[in-house]
Ligand binder design. Structure first.
Ligand code: SF4
Ligand code: MG
Length: 336
């Protein structure tokens, strides 16, 4: 599989009156053709900042790309002009967000919003664009698409609006779709339907997907690889099975232990991770998870652990992988 997108040592900060917030601190990962990766972590870990930087959606100032590269189609997206980026956004990399109501225009019919991108980017005439828009509505499972084409966003349910957003995003067959918490605002049954839709569409359209989420249940359902972020860094990454059945980082253990499982009995408690992430105005010099980690050693407070390979597909940044470190097993709740 060839690589579609490669993020290398990306660093993004926000300049504020109080100082500089180092939101993304050296993030690297790649995305292969046709695959779905999930970027997971608590809110504030830098996952949305990373995805919005790929799309170059963050206003600058206050945001600044301090370093690194985003390689796509022979270009470094941290360096291309805004004009060039405009062409890439929507046609080659598209994005859907948590709340479709804020991304849909309430004064335009859903159909004309789908048509807009098609006309702009695919140079189709109106009649053909309309046909294509109706076809997209049908593809994303919206019933009576001819009738729905003429309706406004408020006439759609939450789930239908997210389907419409997906139709807009996929109308130009982008190489990469970034989905930032696409199901978080929806209730559980609709969530499952949207995830099924994304899986189904991926088979049909072969778009590579970056799913940004805090919900490991969704990840288990759709992702092939997982990137775990904490305090602006990647702390562990690997294939879905590696992260779910052989997790190595105490933060990943915490995430897994706080996730509801299918085999869980209702009286089994979910274990939230105690404590809060570090202040990114002044990130700690050692491991960012040290203040919350049960296994923290002296060195964890002093030095950031290097990334080590558990396998050729599985990497972790934790001092516990050091040959001199004590043997620590993940808690049963994380791998049970
Ligand atoms: Fe815990 Fe140390 Fe590993 Fe950080 S490096 S997760 S503090 S054991
Ligand atoms: Mg977010």
């Amino acid at each position: 599989m060839s690589t579609v997108l490669e993020v290398r040592n990306l660093q993004v900060s926000f300049k504020t009156h109080g100082g500089e917030v180092q939101a993304v601190r050296g993030v690297s990962f790649d995305l292969k053709e046709g695959e779905t990766i999930a970027i997971v972590g608590e809110s504030g870990c830098g996952k949305s900042v990373t995805s919005q930087t790929i799309m170059r959606l963050l206003p600058s100032p206050p945001s600044v790309i301090k370093g690194g590269e985003i390689l796509f189609d022979g270009k470094d997206l941290t360096k291309v002009s805004e004009k060039e980026m405009e062409k890439i956004r929507g046609t080659q990399i598209a994005m859907i967000f948590q709340d479709p109501m804020t991304s849909l225009n309430p004064t335009m019919t859903v159909g004309s919003q789908i048509m807009e991108g098609i006309i702009k980017h695919q140079k189709m005439n109106k009649a053909d664009a309309k046909k294509k828009a109706i076809e997209m509505l049908r593809l994303v499972g919206i019933p009576s698409p001819e009738k729905r084409f003429n309706q406004y966003p408020h006439q759609f349910s939450g789930g239908m609006r997210q389907r419409a957003m997906i139709a807009i995003a996929l109308a130009c067959a982008p190489k990469v779709l970034i989905a930032d918490e696409p199901t978080t605002a929806l209730d559980v049954t609709i969530q499952a339907q949207i995830i099924d839709l994304m899986k189904d569409l991926q088979k049909k359209i072969k778009t590579s997907i970056i799913l940004i989420t805090h919900d490991l249940g969704v990840v288990a359902d759709i992702a092939e690889r997982v990137v775990v972020m904490y305090a602006g860094k990647v702390v562990e990454s690997g294939k879905l099975e590696e992260i779910f059945y052989n997790p190595k980082h105490p933060y990943t253990w915490g995430l897994l232990a706080s996730m509801p499982r299918l085999d869980q009995t209702s009286d089994q408690e979910l274990l939230p991770i105690p404590g809060t992430p570090p202040d990114l105005f002044k990130p700690p010099k050692g491991c960012p998870f040290a203040a919350r980690c049960k296994h923290a050693m002296k060195i964890c407070l002093e030095e950031m652990p290097d990334t080590t390979e558990v396998s050729s597909t599985h990497q972790v940044a934790c001092w516990l992988t050091h040959p001199m470190a004590p043997k620590v097993e993940p808690p049963a709740a994380a791998v049970g």
